[in-house]
Write a protein that binds this ligand. Structure first.
Ligand code: C2E
Ligand code: MG
Ligand code: MG
Ligand code: MG
Length: 288
């Protein structure tokens, strides 16, 4: 009986695997089509300065406007893009589109100073990331200081030598660097000292249980203290409630990002809503 059940499980498992690889092939083919037919979009989520309550920047987050599936979120396709290498052309598109948008916002004197762009491990290893970024800044006219790159701990760990070299080049160019999802990877402390970054983003998983969970409180306090000791800025991700906000404020967290202020939205929606409202902390009914 056990043997039979084992066999069934095995069949079920292979069926599931086949379905999954079919899904991946569909996504891969779809992504190539998306790149060629302009189906990718960027949404922007504002980053709020805790002290002044003003929006200081925005993170660009990629979406896929599929003709039949509707708006597809990155959780469904970023992994496939990384595994197939498609993240390199997608990443270049994201970078260029975000820089063009940021340049336009600066010229329109919007309450805005910096656009943050996520960068995947493979972009460091397989493309000439430094040259791409330098070229994109030149072509779009965006000042390097108005661009921030978000890298994850796993990017750094995949090839520390190459990554470190590229990060130093980017720093010299004047681009800002931050560590995304901070606290979820390995060896955070070691490379926090070694890598030329200006800020860390506390992962949403540590923010979500604030301020009731003692473990989360201790961790967030420790991350903020450590980062400040190293002269780094701290951004908290995923701020959704008034209680989380006041805890983070009391701990001197430098800036905040989360649904409480705004979900990621299309650029026009950010302009007409959040940016037009001149939102400040204490008026939590920001549009968007
Ligand atoms: P991330 O860079 O850590 O981005 C933050 C994610 O948290 C975003 O999900 C954002 O919509 C979501 N978020 C922000 N505030 C809140 C909140 O208050 N509550 C909740 N529940 N969620 C919140 P999104 O847009 O689905 O992106 C997921 C991940 O996909 C990103 O995580 C990033 O790792 C990756 N990604 C997105 N765009 C790009 C891109 O252009 N390039 C690369 N390489 N990765 C990207
Ligand atoms: Mg990010
Ligand atoms: Mg993050
Ligand atoms: Mg995250």
């Amino acid at each position: 009986l056990a043997k039979e059940r084992g066999k069934n499980n095995y069949q079920f498992y292979t069926l599931e695997m086949t379905e999954r690889s079919l899904e991946r092939m569909t996504i891969e083919r779809g992504l190539r089509h998306a790149l060629a037919h302009d189906e990718l979009r960027l949404h922007y989520q504002p980053q709020i300065d805790t002290g002044s309550g003003a929006a200081v920047g925005a993170e660009a987050l990629v979406r896929w406007q599929h003709p039949e599936w509707g708006l597809v979120y990155p959780d469904r396709f970023i992994n496939v893009a990384e595994e197939t290498g498609l993240i390199v052309p997608i990443g270049a598109w994201v970078l260029r589109t975000a820089c063009l948008q940021a340049k336009a916002w600066l010229e329109q004197n919007r309450p805005f100073s910096c656009v943050a762009v996520n960068v995947s491990p493979r972009q460091f290893i397989e493309s000439n990331l430094f040259r791409t970024i330098k070229q994109t800044l030149l072509e779009t006219g965006l000042p390097p200081g108005a661009l921030e790159l978000e890298i994850t701990e796993s990017a750094v760990m995949q090839d520390p030598e190459i990554t470190l070299q590229v990060l130093h080049q980017l720093q010299q160019l004047g681009v800002r660097l931050s560590i995304d999802d901070f606290g979820t990877g390995y060896s955070s402390l070691t490379y926090l000292r070694r890598f030329p970054v200006q800020s860390v983003k506390i992962d949403r998983s540590f923010v979500i249980d604030l301020p009731d969970d003692e473990g989360s409180k201790t961790l967030v306090r420790a991350i903020i203290a450590l980062a400040h000791e190293l002269k780094l800025f701290v951004v908290a991700e995923g701020v959704e409630t008034e209680a989380q906000l006041s805890f983070l404020k009391a701990q001197q967290c430098d800036s905040l990002q989360g649904y409480m202020f705004s979900k990621p939205v299309a650029p026009e929606q950010l302009e007409n809503g959040f940016m037009a409202a001149g939102f400040k902390i204490g008026q939590p009914n920001a549009p968007g």
